[in-house]
Design a binder for this molecule. Structure first.
Ligand SMILES: [Mn+2]
Length: 325
């Protein structure tokens, strides 16, 4: 069983020194929750990463959860036994240069993967709906004492946000949530309300609305695509576009010479043949940069200009076959 291999890997690595548990650079709740929860299982594991997203920041403060924010070129501990990377499909998705020549372990649930593995490395790739689901399974099996209310909240928050509040859950994600709640000293509904209770500043609201006002709806091959560009909150803008009925949502953003694409698709589109993660990977092969993700949620980033990146995505969508079922 692969979870036993993870237990062995962690035991060996932590015997040889400190082991950073590195998050994806978006700092979303899934990556941050996974890192902190896993790090709670062994004193030689340290959760760290480039950035804490809004919710992750709020929850970490509230729970007093240990997380080390790193600069672009961090000084790693001198005695390092290995590195664990959670919820990131490639090195660039961490935004960091991972130290070389030490064993690494990648725990991830993306459909795409651009890591190189060497002997001594371990890859845990699951079709879980959140990386926190995989971390919970590990802790539940190998370190159940770690599962305090604080750790449970971090894991549950990752699962709730990565599944869009269980809209994209499946049976095992739902079972996982129920197992996390078993014996928990907090109430599920109250916790969800706490997570949802995000205040959006007037300037952020303005940016979201501006992104919405620039939306264009086009037919690309057999698909309806609604695209726009936004300065921030691309994920939120894309979600709103999907709620408006688009078959595929594409939101671009350009800053400091870097362009980022964020795409979302509802289940009806992914069932008919859209796989945004693979499309973003193809985009990276054609235009450079880095891309990947899930079938219904994916991203790409690179150095070409925004219009060229959008056009390349639209062309890939145009050639995507539609299975009528
Ligand atoms: Mn995730």
């Amino acid at each position: 069983m692969i979870l036993d291999e993870l237990a062995d890997w962690i035991e060996n690595a932590t015997l040889n020194g400190a082991v950073p548990v590195i998050t994806g650079r978006n700092g979303d709740m899934d990556t941050v929750g996974s890192a902190i929860a896993l790090a709670a299982s062994n004193p030689n594991l340290l959760a760290c990463g480039l950035h804490l997203g809004r919710l992750a920041n709020r929850l970490c403060l509230e729970l007093n959860a240990p997380f080390r924010k790193l600069g672009k070129n961090p000084s790693w501990p001198s005695k390092i036994g290995g590195v664990i990377i959670v919820d990131a499909a490639s090195e660039s998705q961490t935004g960091l240069t991972i130290p070389e020549g030490i064993p690494k372990c990648v725990i991830d649930h993306h459909d795409t993967c651009e890591w190189d593995f060497k002997p001594g490395d371990l890859e845990l790739r699951g079709d879980a709906r959140a990386t926190t689901q995989m971390v919970f399974e590990y802790l539940n099996r190998s370190a159940p004492d770690t599962l305090s209310d604080e750790v449970k909240k971090l894991l549950l928050a990752g699962l709730i946000t990565d599944t869009g509040r269980f809209r994209h859950a499946d049976q095992s994600a739902l079972r996982c949530a129920s197992e996390i709640m078993e014996g928990a000293g907090f109430e599920y509904q109250e916790f969800v309300e706490y997570i949802q209770n995000e205040t959006i500043s007037a300037s952020d609201r303005g940016a979201i609305l501006k992104g919405m006002s620039r939306c264009q709806s086009i037919e690309s091959g057999k698909w309806n695509l609604v695209h726009t560009h936004a300065g921030i909150h691309e994920g939120k803008v894309a979600a709103l576009i999907i709620q408006a009925g688009a078959e595929v949502a594409l939101v671009s953003r350009s800053r400091d010479g870097e362009t980022r694409l964020t795409a979302r698709a509802p289940r009806s589109s992914t069932k008919s043949g859209v796989h945004l993660g693979k499309m973003m990977q193809l985009l990276a092969e054609k235009m450079g940069g880095e891309g990947g993700g899930h079938d219904g949620a994916a991203g790409w980033s690179g150095k070409i200009d925004r219009i060229a990146a959008e056009t390349a995505f639209i062309n890939i969508l145009a050639t995507t076959k539609r299975d009528e079922n």
